[in-house]
Design a protein around this ligand. Sequence first.
Ligand SMILES: [Zn+2]
Length: 412
Amino acid sequence: MDLVIRKSRLQGREGSWDIGIQGDRIAAVAERLEDQGTEEIEAAGRLVAPTYVNGHVHLDKCNLGDIMRPNQTYSFRECLEITWEHKRTYTIEDIVERASKAIREGILHGTTVFRVFADVDTIGGLRPLEGILALKAKWQGIVHIEAVDFPQEAILRDPGTKDLMEEGMRMGADVVGGLPWHEHLDEDVRAHIDFCFELAKKYDKDLHMLVDDTSNPNSRSLEYLAVKTMRENYHGRVSASHCEALASYDEMHAHKVMDLVKNAEVSICCNPHISLALIGRHDQEPIRRGITRVRQLWGKEVNLFSSQDDVNDPYYPFGRNDQQEVAAYLCHAAHMTFPKEIEAVFDFITVNAARALRLQNYGLTPGCRADLNVLAAPTFQHTLRLQQPPVWVIRSGKLLAQNILTRELHMG
Ligand SMILES: [Zn+2]
């Protein structure tokens, strides 16, 4: 064996486990591996898990927070406008530099897969996507980056975007994005979704849309997206982020929509940081919690995952590309604090996210890619409680990052 991790704990399994790695694959998982590894890591009872998957993050606009004017309202409109002030003059180098900072932070926090949204519209043209494709090339072989061809200004209300999106797919985008709820009319919402499906089918790609990203219960693009997914036989190939409006529908309609989502096998992505910060901001008390119906969707066994979304950008002043922090926020925002629920949230940043992105060979069984975090604590509950980064981050069987935490208590 090239590498053996000794005495690890694994989610859902009793006891202590050794993990043997050969090349870039997990070769064996056993209570005691006799083979000596060329290198060995003593997990010493820490939890070992597949590296985290951030399935929704905007890295073309990340770290604009360092140079932009302050946000005065945090309205969606102003968040867009501040971005315009920079998007018009982005350079590829500038995007790669700002985004690489976020990728480095992500790796140190145990994430090796990033689905990166790149704005494609008549303001920035294809420059943001060119930047993200350059980012992908720069990090090739180190982390997995997917580029989403994303119409941040919507499609029908931004004439010219259709051609740009088509060109984006020709340039090598991996996923067709969408922002249907931002159109003016319900019929435009549907035309928007229809266009995205045409593009996805033409290039045989998956779809990931930002859906009903508002507390307005009249925003109802999710039901059409689910039905369209079924009609196009795209089961399991569509993700919908946000869906906060679902939380404001009446119970009867909400259950109808959630059942459609389940039947269409649409994955739902909840990004708790941004939903907590922006949704319900103009409510009078009681102020809505902001996130979608996470516990109900979980109860219906919808594939749920959870992501960072924003890193120091016009929409959100914080964010460190940390999926453990995302999980902790979600546990709080969705009231998921029972042991089973905390374990479920662990899946939201690991296996469920991998399922949404249709990653191959993801997991902890022999044959899977050796992309592993040796976490700082023996359970996920304590990992979230302590909010310490993984001690070791292993990618393709090799050490990619290490966090050495030095703390001293000086007792008087
Ligand atoms: Zn987003």
